[in-house]
Design a protein around this ligand. Sequence first.
Ligand code: AHR
Length: 676
Amino acid sequence: MIPSRLASLRPVACALSVVATLLATFTNGLAVQAAEATPATIKVQTDRPGAEVSPLMWGVFFEDINYNGDGGLYPERVKNRSFEFTEPLMGWQQIAKAGAVGTLSVLDREPLNANNPHYLRLAVEKAGDGFGVSNEGFFGMGVEKGARFTFSVEARVLQGSPATLAVDLVSPSGQRLAGETLRISGGEWTRYAKTLRASATEPKARLSVYLVGAGAVDLDMVSLFPENTWKHRANGLRPDLVQLLADLEPGFMRFPGGCIVEGRDLSKRYQWKTTIGPLAERKLIINRWNDEFKHRPAPDYFQSFGLGFFEYFQLCEDIGAEPLPILNCGMACQFNTGELVPLDQLDPFIQDALDLIEFANGPASSPWGARRAAMGHPQPFGMKLLGIGNEQWGPQYLERYTAFAKALKARHPEIRLISSAGPSPADERFDFLWPKLRELKADIVDEHCYDRPAWFLDNAFRYDSYPRTGPKVFMGEYAAQSDKTVSVLNRNNLECALAEAAYLTGLERNADVVTMSSYAPLMAHEEGWQWRPNLIWFDNLRAYGTPSYYVQQLFSRNRGDVVLPVQAGNAPQAANGQPRFYASATCDQKTEEVILKIVNATEQALEAEIDLAGARKVKPRAQATVLTSAQLTDENSLAQPRKVSPVSARLKVSGATFRHTFPARSLTVLRVATNE
Ligand code: AHR
């Protein structure tokens, strides 16, 4: 049986009714009739623990969109360091000061390697006051006072005579923030490096490279990389962004996408094997978000793969998230060309999946395990999940999924496979795929939904009527859209966050069906986004979590181990009869705490009588953590990063039944210890 259409769903675990006197309040997406006087009720069966809440329940979805890979998490400051963009000097400008005569040319004779065929020749006839080249970075280069950077370059000189490079970090007004020189000698490609220390904080610095005196040098892989990376790793990640991810305590991390997996056509698909090994040998491709939206063009958006599969696995390990790679299944993006690999030519794609399992999990003595070990990780990464295709649909997907599943299950039954239910949570593509995937005994089915807040509020009971056996659900991409999907007007406001929270109570109550979930997209550069809303926003120096971020964090950090049945009553409904007061409950078996998550999506504070039925003893001191704000339209920003963020307070409870008032427009997490 396929999940029934949403309109017909009725609340089951959370039966709600309305009291006699009703107040009508209508706000965007949160239309309610609020109960006056009589308190709402929340009854938790603390002695009837249900399904386990999967440790994978609350995860993150990473895709290099909105300049959140190159330009974001991957903190290389130089854009187009390898001169491999389609326009090879994109990001670079010539500098010719007074009296200087020289040329810049991009050549491909005797390159660094075949994957990196282009390099820059900097030839100076007359040095004058300086001839060279300057890189603009990603919306400028963020540097903090005192921060140290490694400038490095692959270089060679022509005709044997040594040359000197002068490297400066400069502010937009021309202030020199750091400077060094490097002596280049020899006609063979050699890596040279020097440390630069910034004398001031500047979000939009530039890097200038001059040749001192007349002569010629060839340059490639020109890099300015911060020393301050996550765990101080060389080629490491931007620490404030990783910290925000780590603070979510995600159960898993899905990577590298998203549509980026599929490519506009198959030649532009993500191929994990080209993203590992020495940086200079990783083969750059255009980012599919470069020209996807005419209204948000990003002509300088490419994938350098400095952040590649090894770095993703390492990041997962660092933040305690199970790695969930998604692989192309022989289909390009069906919103673009939909190019297909013929079924009889699918073997190399399946082999990529088998090799990936070996790369992640094989011993260091195996061919792909050895590649991992050579990159500094002899121990396996312990991958348990693998996605077959991203947001695919139709019989073509089923055929390809079936071929992958057959080969992978035969060799690696220990790997749980994620299959696609298409781009919508309720349409003919979804209705076609689900029963077929059920027949195929798929492990986990990936559902996607981008819709208005009202959809999330109205569908909080969606999974109550799903079959309790068969494939599990991965709510793999979702986000409430304050305007509409792909609109530039979408805002990360409280209204969207609360609608998502309401929906998540439904995921949690149905943890026997829903095993994983992740908001999408994850991060965006304030100056470089293609898609909004996003969970995290950043610029070159700062970052913040949105209200939706804090919803994710509250659910993740208060997961609990098992679901407790909960019933809410006497609570407000919207004009369409759907409730606007939501509850889920779990139990932390170690601390013996009942964890209640309550969403009051109305504009009135709501008093509720809470009954922890079956609790033997209740400690008088509980904790309430509340996410709310004065307006549904409130947001966080770089200037006010925590305007909408959770506040915790101690709470006195009088016993197994007590009253609590849930603020208007709020998500509340109550933790009550039930045993002394
Ligand atoms: O999250 C943005 C995009 O939405 C993803 O790349 C794709 O899978 C979905 O269509």
